[in-house]
Design a protein around this ligand. Structure first.
Ligand code: ADP
Ligand SMILES: O=c1ccn([C@H]2C[C@H](O)[C@@H](COP(=O)(O)O)O2)c(=O)[nH]1
Length: 245
């Protein structure tokens, strides 16, 4: 069920952003202004940012990209690069910062009724922290600290998600796109790393046998070329943006 925004959150400014609504009474506006939160999930370089870019042209929709630039530069430090260089030493540092910045994204003030966000605090924990821990690259004490933080956050703060769109790719496709994107920190990523991340995603969102899935999942096959992907986004537009069939 969609949540309705609390009265104080709807400022006059917000109403002005949606011109047809200013003719309606204030109460009606409140009833109509239901939030819809979409998280775009998928392996590294599966095409999430490209998907968000495409939908960013939609009116009444706010797009929130992953705060990767922050992970690459916090007060002159690059925890993303450090983590890839020495995951045992820097995994906790990166994932603590990822958790904070993702929470900040989830809680930021909405400027449109539909919000599309790249990944989530859930995938940070269920995919990336889990991977570091299971592969023996995160000490048990670090994992325990991160887990307690995550459990506290998710039990004390409402983190609304209405739909997860899973861009399902093969690890090989991601490897090719990642190589082509050529992000400096990611040059050390082998295909096996993407295979592990892929399996964690599949277990979470497809097999639904690892962790709680916070919302219904729409799976979009994402190995296709860009043109076919954009065509699929159009086909699924209603389902994605309004949750309609
Ligand atoms: N459907 C596609 N076919 C080929 N290349 C793609 C496709 N979608 C995205 N790319 C390219 O692959 C790379 C990774 O895409 P990106 O959207 O940044 O992935 P993510 O945000 O999931 O990491 C980028 O260089 C992008 O231009
Ligand atoms: O919790 C997280 C989330 C992401 N990362 C890494 C994985 C990639 O190298 C970058 C950004 O991911 P994209 O899929 O390209 O958006 O951040 C991580 O280590 N931990």
């Amino acid at each position: 069920m969609k949540r309705l925004l609390a009265f104080h959150v709807i400022s006059r400014h917000t109403l002005r952003l949606h011109p047809p609504w200013h003719r309606l009474g204030r109460t009606t506006c409140l009833l109509l202004y239901a939030e819809h939160w979409i998280c775009i999930e998928g392996n590294i370089a599966s095409g999430k940012t490209t998907c968000l870019e495409y939908f960013s042209k939609t009116s009444n929709l706010e797009v929130l990209t992953e705060p990767v630039s922050k992970w690459r530069n916090i007060q002159g430090h690059n925890p993303l690069a450090l983590m890839y260089q020495d995951p045992v030493r820097w995994g906790l540092t990166l994932q603590t910062y990822v958790q904070l910045t993702m929470l900040d994204r989830h809680l930021s003030t909405m400027s449109a009724p539909v919000r599309m966000m790249e990944r989530s605090i859930y995938s940070a924990k269920y995919i990336f922290v889990e991977n570091l821990y299971r592969s023996g690259k995160m000490p048990e004490v670090d994992f325990a600290v991160l887990s307690e933080w995550f459990d506290w956050i998710t039990s004390n703060i409402d983190i609304p998600v209405d739909l997860i769109v899973y861009l399902q790719t093969t690890p090989q496709t991601c490897y090719e796109r990642l190589t082509q994107r050529c992000r400096e920190e990611e040059k050390v990523i082998p295909l096996e790393y993407l295979e592990t991340i892929h399996q964690l995603y599949e277990d979470w969102l497809i097999n639904q046998m690892s962790f709680k899935v916070p919302a219904p999942v729409l799976v979009i096959p994402a190995n296709h070329d860009l043109q076919k992907m954009l065509h699929q986004y159009e086909e699924h537009r209603g389902k994605i943006l309004m949750g309609s069939k």
